[in-house]
Design a protein around this ligand. Sequence first.
Ligand code: GDP
Ligand code: MG
Length: 740
Amino acid sequence: MNGHFAAVGGNGPMAKQYEHGIQVIDEEKAFNANLSDYLAETHIAEAGFNYHLISVFGSQSTGKSTLLNHLFGTEFSVMSETERRQTTKGIWMSKNKKESADGGTAKMADNILVMDVEGTDGRERGEDQDFERKSALFALATSEVLIVNIWEHQVGLYQGANMGLLKTVFEVNLQLFLKDKQSQTRSLLFFVIRDHIGNTPLANLRNTLIQDLTRIWSSISKPQGLENSKIEDYFDFAFAALPHKILQPEKFLAEVDKLGSRFTAGHRSTKDQEFVGGVFLPEYHRRIPADGLSVYTEGVWDQIVNNKDLDLPTQQELLAQFRCDEISREVMVAFDAAIVPLEEQQAEATRLGNPSVIADLGQAGAGAREKCLKTFETQASRYHKGVYTVKRGELESKIDTRLKALYQGQLSAAHKAGVAAFSEAVTGAVKAGQKAGGSYEFAEIVEKQKKKTLEIFKKEAQSLLIQGVAWTNFKPQYRLFEKELDDVSARLRKEEMRRLAIRVERWVKSRLGDAIGLEFNKLGSGRGGSGAPETGEKPATDKDLWDRVWNAFIGIVREAETRFVDRAKSFDASDDEVEVGLWRLRRKSWVALRERIEEEVMESNILMKLRENFEDKFRYDEEGVPRIWRPTDDIEGVYTKARESTLGLIPVLSRFRLSETYAPPDLPEFIGPQPAGVEPEDEEDLPPIGGVDEEEGKSLEEEMTVLSESKRQDLVVRFKKMADGVYVEAKRSAIGGITQ
Ligand code: GDP
Ligand code: MG
């Protein structure tokens, strides 16, 4: 055992187990699952496209491993000079451990990965031509530069083992190319001629080799469509010769060191297409991102070892899918770390029924989104463009679904909080205004609070905006919020209308109290007694009691209407709302009038009024002088007159009638038809009015009946009894006057 895998503590940055590199493919053709680990350890994985992969080919024991170790400072096993048994098995890989070459004057390219491929010469694995083909395919699929190691004395030996190997290389290349026609990828065949004695100049050796290669090329059977292809269509060639290692050890080392300086970046001159600089031309690079290299090479090897058609574009797509998913998962971990706590906070608040606005959510969301997508872009965009684009879309929609839910929750919390704050602020300001004596402008309060609340919501919505992301435009939510504020305003305005209505109704009631009392007090006046004082006005007669009542009523209501309209307009009530308010006011005023009349005709009140009326006429003469009854007086005549006159008031009082038409006032016309804007709650506190609300089954006649028939009769009986008492007393006083 070489002890490669004995993981005894590292004495450098790289683990001990990798000091000889890593055996990518072992003797059993198994792929080493630790390759990704190795690439990570050597910091290749993070290099993106800034790495190079080269392979060495050649017959067994031609000093390949020795060459690589000198060129790149690798520690591939070499055949011991005394034992002469094969050492390199399968395919090994190691990172270049040198930084510079040519005596330290030339800096080598970054991150050169070297693959030491087990050589075949038919001597030790003769029967295993299969491995030779497979390893050639693997190297070609992955490597930019193929070093072909060859003894000088083998050059020109067309039948030599090397030529068989090259034939294989060419064939598998065509096989690959057939599947990957779009690819511009070429490879460099770098011939390193060993034990160069110097008699034959390198230029001659080179010509001989090119002739041989052309011959091999023409001898291989080419697939359909590629019959006329030339070797130069796929390969570039480079040549180097090295002195004999054993015979000229110093020269050997010096030349190898010089050779190392060629492993740097190069390009083709635009003038004559000649190489300028080192061997690594951009067109050789397989464009497999370093962090996908292990997955890709594993996939390629898997196809090869199972004798499947190696289709590199498909492999690249599969790799892209695999890696994009992997990168996506990785970036989602960071996204989750930032977003999950916020999601939980929101869910918890919602669960408690207290949705709250999360501070700086927009910043956190946009930051996590940007970081997530940027990281994905940086890493994944190196992979197959089509796959990358699809996967980026998937990632974006995954992120956006999460953010969308979060943002919508945020705005709905802001909406709820805003509506509550608005309603509270308006109500509070109104209450304060009322306390301060009622001088407040409702419309102004609403306007001010609405502006303030909208501003807060707008700020929140704008803080969630992400440039160029359409769904983060929350204008519709803003409009919805504004509409809800308007709805709340309307509701509050309605309440304000109610308060106004109550105030105006109270005012109507108080005015009616005085005015109607005054009219009833005039009953029976104008006919002597303690009648009304002389004024310029037409004296009130009992006959037009109801005209006066009606006119007083109309006057008060009209004034109330004007007050109501003025005030309602000041807080932007709509015409409909005003119309409904006035309709309600008229109805309520009528009901108040009815109640006031009811009060006037309450039995005790009315009886007292009749008595006063009767006594005025009975006890006082035309001049208003109290009568002193004498036995000769026509007491009976005066009594009868006074009694009949007072009894005449009862029918007048019984019905609300206007004198001119001897009909009730047109109450339906006064109240007016029910406006279209009336809602059920507007009607809740409205008692039915006969003749106006016809379906209530009460006629206008009934509505206008002040005293019912039975009440009238009862009143007549009681009044008469009372009058009789007064008469008897008068009679007695007359007789008594004589006897005294
Ligand atoms: P590999 O099988 O091609 O990897 O060959 P190794 O690197 O294991 O070397 C095989 C043998 O060739 C070893 O004994 C080396 O010492 C010897 N060797 C290495 N380089 C040279 C060289 O440049 N010239 C000669 N003649 N022998 C060499
Ligand atoms: Mg070897």
